[in-house]
Design a protein around this ligand. Structure first.
Ligand SMILES: Nc1ncnc2c1ncn2[C@@H]1O[C@H](COP(=O)(O)OP(=O)(O)OP(=O)(O)O)[C@@H](O)[C@H]1O
Ligand SMILES: [Mg+2]
Length: 343
């Protein structure tokens, strides 16, 4: 990777050869869950859920990568294998040269994890006490601990919260507390599983800014799972999309737009409410498809590669047009189309 500071500890010096390209390496990774389902009154059927179905990728040291996909795609399962909580059913996996499920404790000193859906903090203890316990658990040198804590307290705005028991914190406050907890021991890799879930706009912005600085200044490698695509747009140059346990896309955000064969959107205000506008494609230009109608306002999709001008002229000639604007495709729409196109 270009340009990132590499202040992190132990890089490449731990006898595992060059880790730089494949700091995180997955090769045909699989996780199959055996589940029992009710089949009639007494009978239970065993069946398999292939949560992760042969995923391969590499993440270089210092990269910040988005890992996205619909509910049930296998994102959290992948992250659990990357931390060593779950053992893979097949394929292979290395993080900083370590096989996570075999050496979970050794790996724990080098990674940090935030699961937005549940906390790693002690519910009844004030934040400060949870941090003290981590200080001891991870045997963090005193100076380092204080420095990291001060930095997190400042950047994540935790000053007022340190003496508050975790169960009294709001979701957004707790999440910031969890992010700090994941970073006190200077991990080289940070996995974030929905770190902005349920946060208000200001807290989201604060968390994003913090993560950006962490990645740039400390060179921390970050794997980020989220349903908020603004997180990805603002933080990740590279994004991986998974669905049904398989990697559907791995590349830049811009490339994702192309893969999605994006559409642009005309937002049209008519003089009055009318049935959805339909313009068939003809010699003079492409077709137009009504996506949404709300009173006199209509949203019309057309191919991103086409010019809007002839379409506007045709609408203006046939409909009582008041106002209109063109929207660029948003990443959300692109990904929704990609999911729909998946087998
Ligand atoms: N412990 C488990 N036992 C059985 N099935 C499981 C288990 N954990 C996950 N699954 C199944 O594996 C699939 C992937 O789940 P996973 O939690 O990885 O999805 P996800 O991509 O994180 O989804 P979300 O966006 O909803 O968080 C789902 O079908 C889920 O029901
Ligand atoms: Mg999940």
């Amino acid at each position: 990777m270009d340009g990132f500071a590499q202040e992190a500890t132990g890089a490449g010096g731990d006898g595992f050869g060059t880790l730089e390209d494949g700091f995180i390496t997955l090769d045909g990774l699989e996780k199959v869950f055996q589940v029992r389902r009710r089949a009639g009154l007494l009978r239970r059927e065993r069946h398999e859920v292939r949560a992760v179905d042969g995923i391969s990728f590499q993440v270089a040291r210092g990269e910040m990568v988005g890992y996205i996909g619909p509910n049930g795609a296998g994102k959290s399962t992948t992250i659990k294998m990357l931390t060593g909580i779950l053992t893979p059913s097949g394929g292979s996996l290395r993080v900083a040269g370590i096989d996570p499920s075999r050496e979970r404790t050794r790996l724990a000193h080098r990674i940090g994890v935030v699961f937005g859906q549940r906390t790693t903090l002690w519910w009844d203890l004030p934040l400060r006490d949870s941090y003290r316990l981590m200080h001891r658990m991870y045997r963090i040198p005193d100076g380092r601990y204080r420095e990291n804590l001060d930095r997190c307290v400042e950047l994540l705005d935790l000053g007022e919260l340190l003496e508050v028991p975790v169960r009294q914190l709001s979701l957004g406050q707790r999440m910031r507390g969890d992010i700090a907890a994941a970073l006190l021991h200077d991990p080289e890799v940070l996995y974030l599983d929905e770190p902005t879930i349920g946060l208000d706009v200001i807290s989201k912005a604060k968390v994003r800014q913090f993560l950006k600085e962490l990645n740039v200044e400390r060179g921390t490698t970050v794997l980020l799972t989220t349903h908020d695509l603004t997180d990805i747009e603002q933080l990740c140059r590279r994004v991986m999309v998974i669905d049904h346990g398989r990697l559907m896309y791995d590349g830049s955000l811009a490339g994702l737009h192309e893969v999605g064969e994006s559409e642009r959107m005309l937002v049209v205000d008519l003089e009055r409410e009318l049935p959805p506008i339909e313009l068939k494609s003809d010699g003079s230009g492409p077709g137009l498809r009504a996506v949404k109608v709300e009173g006199p306002r209509q949203w019309l999709a057309f191919p991103a590669s086409a010019s809007a001008a002839p379409l506007v002229a045709r609408i203006a000639a046939q409909y009582p047009l008041m106002d209109l604007s063109v929207r660029e495709p948003d990443i959300e729409a692109v990904i929704a189309r990609m999911y729909r196109a998946a087998p």
